[in-house]
Design a protein around this ligand. Structure first.
Ligand SMILES: C[S@@+](CC[C@H](N)C(=O)[O-])C[C@H]1O[C@@H](n2cnc3c(N)ncnc32)[C@H](O)[C@@H]1O
Length: 227
């Protein structure tokens, strides 16, 4: 049986189509939630652990490597979108490799081993992320941590139950950018916790960055340790 459901393939492909628009959005700080809270939240969460080596899973155009490198952290970024990896390499620093989550799920050591942190910043968007997280255990140092930031489930409209949705990126502000729709898998807080537990992690910390003016929750930031 093909372990990759069709929406997961369409999701991965959308990041090839959206590479230029995404790179512009990130580099011009066009996404208010990132500019106002979530970028700083994940940088702080990682720096607090004082890692030497970090694996950025679904690294996109590589902004996180650029944020961590001045702190002496060696970052390896992997992503399934070749044009995003190209953009990351061109902007440097960091080591970047085209790699799908399927490939990483088949061999968790494929991007290296002994990482102090593995980070997924708004990069776990599929129903079958559990396979990836399970395999990533092999990439972490024994005392390593998995750090996930994801959209806060209560900030998303619609029924509060897990399932596939479609993002049209209309909320990203710049209607001049040509965005391809992205299938993504919505998880409740409970289903995020179950995902971690079933993939062999224990939640060590959970924070909820909020909009600095409205107080609305923007993201869930989870730090998990190997069990
Ligand atoms: C919302 S972007 C986040 C990028 C980056 N982490 C950031 O904070 O800017 C999601 C990223 O996940 C990657 N991604 C999604 N599904 C993937 C898959 N199945 N294999 C590899 N990469 C995938 C996309 O290519 C995209 O770069």
């Amino acid at each position: 049986m093909d372990p990759t459901p069709a929406p997961t393939t369409a999701l991965r492909d959308s990041w090839i189509a959206n590479a230029a628009a995404w790179t512009t959005a990130v580099r011009t700080q066009a996404i208010a939630s990132r500019r106002l809270a979530t970028d700083a939240a994940i940088v702080e969460a990682v720096l607090a652990r004082r890692p030497s080596r970090a694996l950025d899973v679904g690294c996109g155009e590589g902004w996180f490597a650029r944020a961590l490198s001045p702190h002496g952290i060696a970052v390896t970024g992997v992503d399934g979108s070749p044009p995003l990896i190209e953009a990351a390499r061109a902007a440097g620093p960091g080591t970047f490799e085209v790699m799908t989550y399927d490939e990483l799920a088949r061999d968790g050591r494929r991007a290296g081993t002994g990482f102090d942190v593995a980070i997924a910043n708004f990069a776990l968007l599929s129903e079958n992320d559990g396979r990836l997280l399970w395999s990533l255990r092999a990439a972490l140092a024994p005392d390593g941590a998995l750090i996930i930031q994801t959209v806060h489930p209560v900030s998303v409209g619609g029924p509060y139950r897990e399932g596939w949705r479609t993002e049209d990126f209309r909320g990203f502000g710049d209607s001049t950018q040509p965005w391809a729709p992205m299938p993504w898998y919505f998880r409740t807080v409970g289903s995020w916790l179950a995902l971690l537990r079933d993939a062999g992690y224990a939640l060590a910390d959970l924070s909820e960055p909020v909009h600095p003016e409205t107080g609305a929750p923007l993201s869930l930031l989870m730090i998990a340790k190997l069990t």
